[in-house]
Design a protein around this ligand. Structure first.
Ligand code: NAD
Length: 334
């Protein structure tokens, strides 16, 4: 099986090296087609994306992507947003699990954030009106809102989940979020076997911090979904353990939720777990559940033993030492 690998910027090279090594040890048989994209590639070549990358994702249908940096408030548009729009990856799936050995506020979190990935304020429809005013457009359609709601209920059904919660701010944004909520409630009627409710986004942040175990599957428009999924990753130990999948009808792009971490890039300090867990999602989706479980177990064992963990979770190991420890766990389990 062929899959595209995009190392990306900052810590991307280090963590994708870790993923390649572990893929080989797991004998996944994946032939990685490596392509460059991001701010560093732009500086070298004047292009954001290496020629051939788009065609390769189109053909392979699968990509594992490292983080790519986007300048704030100026310069080019986010590569992530461009890829999501190009491949119509309308659903962003972010599972959030507590991990044994990772110090966090909660020990029993098991929820999934499903973020609508194609519209809302992320369409880039913004412009300046003179020098002192700027205008951004929040676009919400019934079609995309129903599509993501259906995705959430189908996901819940397929994974034995019992509750889907819609997050919105329809009390204030009556037309946009009102439409999102209306579409959700309409779709919910077709899934009488799965409970559903809705929570206003500000109350949701408070409820998640007080007791995340009251939620199961959360579905939200693009911006709230982005913010809530980072919040949720903070509940279980931070961005170092948060994987995600950008899912379209024909292509899926797996990636870590975190960014390029410029503050620690190139120093062998990054925790590769989130990208490894994203590779685990890829393996599960392609008939390699046992290998995905072995990978998760090996990561958990390294964390539980605590001898080779990275600094973000209180250890002293670097990316390479952590990766070697995961490989040793995989080899010991064989
Ligand atoms: P970030 O996620 O890169 O970093 C936030 C903090 O978390 C930093 O202190 C960083 O050192 C730490 N961190 C992140 N990942 C880590 C890891 N694997 N191991 C250990 N520590 C880790 O967020 P940021 O600083 O806001 O963004 C940096 C750049 O990344 C920006 O250009 C942003 O646009 C981009 N970004 C890209 C993606 C993506 O490609 N999917 C996602 C988010 C941000």
């Amino acid at each position: 099986m062929k899959a595209v690998l995009i190392p990306g910027d900052g810590i991307g090279k280090e963590i994708s090296e870790s993923a390649k090594q572990i893929s080989a040890v797991l004998n996944t048989g994946i032939e990685w087609e490596e392509f460059h994209a991001g701010a560093e590639y732009f500086e070298q070549s004047g292009n954001l994306i290496e020629p051939g990358l788009i065609e390769a994702i189109e053909q392979d249908g699968i990509a594992l992507k490292g983080p790519t940096a986007t300048p704030i408030g100026k310069g080019f548009r986010s590569i992530n947003v461009q890829l999501r729009q190009r491949f119509g990856t309308y659903a962003n799936l972010r599972p959030v699990h507590s991990r044994i050995g990772v110090k966090s506020r909660y020990e029993n979190v098991d929820l999934v954030v499903i973020r609508e990935n194609s519209e809302d304020l992320y369409m880039g429809l913004e412009y300046k009106i003179g020098t002192d005013t700027a205008h951004g457009i929040k676009l919400i359609t019934r079609q995309a809102s129903e599509r993501i709601a259906r995705f959430a209920f189908e996901y819940a059904r397929a994974h034995g989940r019992h509750l889907v919660t819609c997050v919105h701010k329809a009390n204030i944004m009556k037309y946009t979020d009102g439409l999102f909520l209306e579409a959700f409630n309409h779709v919910a009627e077709s899934y009488p076997d799965i409970a559903h409710n809705s929570v206003i986004v500000d109350a949701m942040t408070m409820k998640l911090v007080i007791d995340p175990t009251q939620f199961d599957v959360i579905v939200a428009p693009n911006l709230y979904g982005d913010i809530l999924s980072d919040l949720c990753s903070g509940l279980v130990g931070g961005l170092g353990f948060a994987p995600s999948a950008n899912i379209g009808d024909h292509q899926v792009i797996y990636e870590a939720v975190h960014g390029s971490a410029p503050d620690i890039a190139g120093k062998d300090l990054a925790n590769p777990s989130a990208l490894l867990l994203a590779m685990g999602m890829l393996l599960k989706d392609h008939g390699m559940s046992e290998k995905a479980d072995a990978l998760e177990h090996a990561v958990d064992e390294v964390i539980r033993k605590g001898e080779h963990t990275t600094r973000d979770i209180g250890g002293t190991a670097g990316t390479r030492e952590f990766t070697d420890a995961v490989i040793a766990e995989l080899e010991a389990a064989e």
